[in-house]
Ligand binder design. Structure first.
Ligand SMILES: [Zn+2]
Length: 235
């Protein structure tokens, strides 16, 4: 009897909470993982990797030497695709991120964007945030790429100070503030001369990526490229 009730409750839970696409809300069919076929096909790709000195690369010009930079798709606050980022970050779906970046690697195969990259690293999360959220979403994104390319993932940076609320601050003050948030780890001896791909979930102004790239660039002979899952439209 108890078993029957449990089975019934299990079936009821499936009905109440089916796997749904975070973009359109449609129930996923057996072959679909995380995002439905239709929404994947309509993903607002940036295709930055196909453009020389693209908009994202321009954000870092004159600040830090970047080899290449791309983002998989565009997002805008309130757009249906923003919920993908939100789920990856807050709703305990980091595995969706890992799956998406592996997909990005195969989608970008024709562009040579990943050529010559030796290892993948992620923008770190401060331990207070890590305790709160339970995981660093950027690490999952980075691991998806490393797995797909069959190259190592390495933690090279640490967040030494939590982000403070910066909305009331000016650009200069914000920049000075963010600069002290990150540091290199002590395991960077083997990275001399490597081409490192630095990964984060989104790029807006690029200040976090600039600080983290500058730290990586202090390692002798290191080349840095950037990948984010999404980019805010700045135009
Ligand atoms: Zn969908």
């Amino acid at each position: 009897m108890l078993k029957t009730i449990k089975q019934w409750l299990g079936a009821a839970a499936d009905v109440a909470m089916p796997r749904v696409c975070p973009v359109c809300g449609k129930a996923l069919d057996g072959d679909e993982r995380w995002i439905c076929r239709k929404c994947l096909a309509a993903l607002p790709r940036t295709r930055y990797e196909e453009v020389e000195f693209n908009t994202m690369e321009q954000r870092f010009a004159g600040k830090v030497p970047i080899e290449r930079a791309t983002a998989y798709f565009f997002y805008e606050k309130g757009s249906p695709y923003a919920s993908v980022l939100h789920d990856i970050k807050y709703h305990n779906s980091p595995r969706m991120g890992r799956w998406l970046t592996a997909r990005a690697v195969s989608d970008m195969a024709g562009s040579h964007f990943f050529d010559g990259i030796n290892m993948v690293t992620a923008v770190p999360l401060h331990r207070s945030k890590l305790a709160q959220r339970g995981y660093n979403q950027s690490k999952y994104l980075a691991r998806g790429i490393a797995d797909a390319l069959n190259i190592p993932y390495l933690e090279t940076l640490k967040a030494v100070r939590p982000h403070s609320t910066q909305t009331h601050k000016g650009a200069m003050e914000r920049w000075q503030n963010i600069q002290g948030n990150y540091a290199l780890r002590n395991n960077t001896d083997d990275l001399t001369g490597k081409h490192i791909l630095l990964v984060d979930d989104v790029v807006t102004t690029g200040s976090t990526l600039t600080v983290c790239s500058s730290l990586l660039k202090t390692i002798p002979g290191v080349t840095v490229s950037l990948f984010t899952l999404a980019a805010a439209r700045l135009d």
